[in-house]
Design a protein around this ligand. Structure first.
Ligand SMILES: *Cc1c(COP(=O)(O)O)cnc(C)c1O
Length: 398
């Protein structure tokens, strides 16, 4: 099919919510994508931090195909061995003792919010949820309410009640907002959609300690930062804290839709029979995929290897600070961003990189975001840096 036809059909048939790049992707191999004209791109987007094993990873693809032949889906009315194998592996690897499986990040956060409310409701208390300025937690009504997006809050009002927010990285404001009405705090250790913006170590450690002292649940949204993205299996491990609840999605099943909400024994048993559920959540296909992803990360050594490569990526990006229009270089592991001066259009940088065979995307704060497969190589990173350096050298602030 020719490109214009594909684009025209999208324009006419899809609800007009996405602004897409002018390429149509046909297939992937390793850490590269190929468009319908056969052009090759090294992929630093990875389906938004999702394709953590790249494309057509032999062991992963085999595990998925085997499961397709055996069984893809049955109702959660029944047990399956593959779901059992996976949840045991996930609990062992994470140190959490309870899990609920769903299909997306928004659903995982929705589950976390419901679980937190239910936990307090068991004591007859109505509690509210506190989220951060700059947060992104999803697009359901509740997760949108916890997301910092005034325009969308207006567009979808009336919103669910029981949410408040605190200023990014501002402990005094956090303290002031943590009233006795608050039951849980939800945050991302690094705000991906806001341009790879991390909270400071001090903020996270102090906020966590304050929540613990007040009996407030600490929820970390690891949908983007989890599954090895920041150099540890989960980003909270960098800070020596132990959240009550974490949420996962994106990379969890290497490209097959899945989300998860993990909790401590005490919190995770707050739901009663019938309180929550999902038709597709944790089906056999998703569990087989997620089980293989986690096995490759932990037993297969990918977690350590990708942490090393992530360090290397950080060092290489740091050299670009010589350009005065690069305002900031941020991130951890294989989640990196470079913020450009407002006078430079980050989208034009994205286009120039694409012409040179590299896919990146623009997140908040005029930031180029790099969230490649965890299998990305030093050579592929060197290639990107060379292309970036070349584009920077021919860029002038007007
Ligand atoms: C992507 C993302 C979500 C939403 O995930 P969906 O699968 O699109 O619903 C939630 N939180 C964070 C931190 C994310 O990056």
């Amino acid at each position: 099919m020719n490109f214009n036809k594909i684009k025209e059909t999208e324009l006419n048939c899809y609800m007009p919510v996405f602004s897409r790049e002018n390429i149509a992707i046909e297939r992937g191999k390793g850490n590269c994508l190929y468009d319908i004209h056969g052009n090759k791109y090294v992929d630093f987007v990875a389906g938004i931090a999702t394709n953590i094993l790249g494309y057509n990873h032999p062991e992963y693809t085999q595990a998925v195909c085997d499961q397709v032949h055996k069984l893809m889906h049955v109702s959660n009315h029944y047990y399956t061995a593959i779901q059992s194998e996976y949840i045991k592996r996930l609990c062992d690897a994470s140190g959490f003792s309870r899990v609920f499986l769903c299909n997306s990040g928004a659903e995982a956060n929705e589950c976390a919010i419901k679980l937190a409310r239910r936990y307090f409701k068991n004591n007859g208390e109505n509690k509210i949820i506190l989220s951060a300025e700059g947060a992104f937690h999803g697009r359901t009504l509740a997760t949108l309410t916890a997301t910092d997006n005034a325009g969308q809050h207006r567009a979808y009002a009336p919103l669910p009640e029981g949410f408040d927010s605190f200023k990014y990285n501002d402990f005094d404001d956090f303290k002031a907002k943590l009233t006795s009405d608050v039951g849980a705090v939800i945050l991302e250790t690094v705000q991906g959609e806001r341009g790879v913006r991390p909270f400071s170590n001090d903020f996270l450690i102090n906020a966590y300690a304050l929540c613990k002292s007040k009996g407030v649940l600490f929820i970390v949204d690891e949908v983007q930062t989890g599954m090895g993205r920041t150099g540890k299996l989960f980003s909270f491990e960098h800070f020596g804290i132990k959240p009550d609840i974490i949420t996962l999605a994106k990379g969890i099943a290497g490209g097959i839709p899945m989300g998860a909400c993990l909790a401590s024994e005490e919190v995770g048993t707050a739901f009663a029979l019938g309180d929550h559920g999902s038709t597709f959540g944790g089906n056999a296909l998703a569990c087989a995929a997620a089980n293989k992803v986690l096995e490759i990360l932990t037993d297969g050594g990918l977690l350590e290897r990708s942490a090393d490569v992530g360090e290397y990526f950080g060092q290489r990006l740091a050299h670009l600070s010589k350009y005065n229009f690069i305002k900031d270089i941020r991130g951890m592991g294989l989640m990196r961003g470079i913020q450009l001066d407002e006078k430079i259009n980050a989208a034009s940088f994205e286009g120039k990189l694409r012409e040179r065979g590299y896919l990146v995307n623009v997140a908040g704060n005029n930031t180029l975001r790099f969230i490649p497969p965890l299998t990305i190589t030093r050579e592929e990173i060197d290639g990107l840096i060379l292309a970036l350096d070349d584009i920077c050298a021919s860029t002038n602030i007007i």
